[in-house]
Design a protein around this ligand. Structure first.
Ligand SMILES: C[S@@+](CC[C@H](N)C(=O)[O-])C[C@H]1O[C@@H](n2cnc3c(N)ncnc32)[C@H](O)[C@@H]1O
Length: 307
């Protein structure tokens, strides 16, 4: 089932075309490359309003060009969950937030809040946690969250975002570490989590510096994470931004690695993560696919699956 992040007010996908997307982040309009956009622009005039544009270079990188004087960083709110995030035009065309993830935030927040209302205090592990969108959503629902990312800068930003969201008093452990090594250590320590979120990179380094390739290493890593799930888990969420992977691929990985002790107790769903395109495209209902998700919903959840 596809999930559409359609409850944003501070964020809007204004138009897409020519390999680019035009987005409004609060009052500021940015234009960024997107490889999925193989069609032409619907509203060429709208692009003249861009305050900054990320231009790819022929050598793989790229840089921002500014048409207006912009603050170094500003914040946007996600009203439905009362969250706030810092936005900053950064390297690799990043802004510090994946707005399509809001659809995942909603159901995870619901599952956590439901467990809390039944007297539980869910522990959630957010691996490759980036700037803390999912961490904030789970903390807002009442979970204790362990946020792991190898980048110190990203972990600092996650902490700032939790503060911006008014959640500084919640139980969040911030860990700057390699997610593969951290998971191996947690298995040795016998730690269990009620929910695990992960967004593994397509390509990188494994625990001993070896090359990590999603297609070669994902199954073994998800199997390790399954060992960390409690006996009454809420969920495991596997996001993928690897172009060319169908959502059913990651759903299959979840199903194939499910431990015997949870067999027959979980349901599975997967799909694209979509952002609706507003403006001239809203009449014909165009959405931009921004990666995919696969989710396991466990016996600890009584509010249904994502969607
Ligand atoms: C695509 S982002 C995750 C986005 C996140 N799902 C969100 O919605 O905000 C990938 C993150 O993984 C981190 N990362 C990459 N390799 C890692 C590793 N081996 N261990 C831990 N974090 C890693 C990066 O620092 C980056 O913050």
């Amino acid at each position: 089932m596809n999930l559409t992040a359609d409850k944003w007010q501070d964020y809007e996908l204004l138009d897409t075309g020519g390999g680019m997307k035009l987005e409004r982040w609060g009052g500021i309009i940015l234009s960024r490359p997107d490889p999925q956009v193989i069609w032409s622009r619907s509203d060429p005039d709208a692009w003249k309003k861009a305050d900054a544009e990320y231009e790819r270079s022929g050598t793989g990188g790229g840089k921002w060009h500014f048409n207006s004087e912009l603050p170094e960083r500003w914040t946007v709110g996600y009203g439905p969950l009362g969250l706030r995030f810092i936005i900053e035009p950064m390297g690799f065309k990043h802004t510090g937030l994946f707005p399509e993830q809001a659809a995942n935030w909603e159901w995870m927040n619901r599952a956590v809040a439901d467990a809390v209302s039944h007297g539980r205090r869910p522990e959630i592990l957010n691996l490759f946690g980036y700037t803390g969108g999912a961490t904030a959503a789970c903390a807002a629902g009442g979970a204790a969250v362990c946020h792991v990312d190898a980048s110190k800068g990203m972990v600092t930003r996650a902490r700032e975002n939790i503060g911006e969201s008014g959640l500084a008093d919640r139980t969040v452990r911030y860990i700057v570490d390699d997610a593969f090594r951290f998971v191996a250590r947690e298995i040795r320590r016998g730690h269990r989590y009620d929910g695990i979120i992960m967004d593994p990179p397509s390509y990188g380094r494994g625990p001993s510096g070896e090359i990590w390739k999603l297609e070669d290493n994902l199954e073994a890593f998800v199997a390790s994470c399954m060992r960390l799930l409690s006996d009454e888990p809420l969920f495991m969420l596997l996001n993928s931004y690897t172009t060319g992977f169908s959502p059913a691929v990651t759903e299959n990985v979840l199903k194939l690695t499910l431990p015997e002790r949870l067999s027959g107790k979980c349901s599975f769903v997967s799909g694209d993560l979509l952002l609706p395109v507003s403006g001239k495209c809203s009449a014909i209902n165009i959405s931009l696919p921004c990666g995919s998700y696969a989710a396991l919903t466990g016996p600890g959840v009584s509010v249904g699956s994502p969607g």
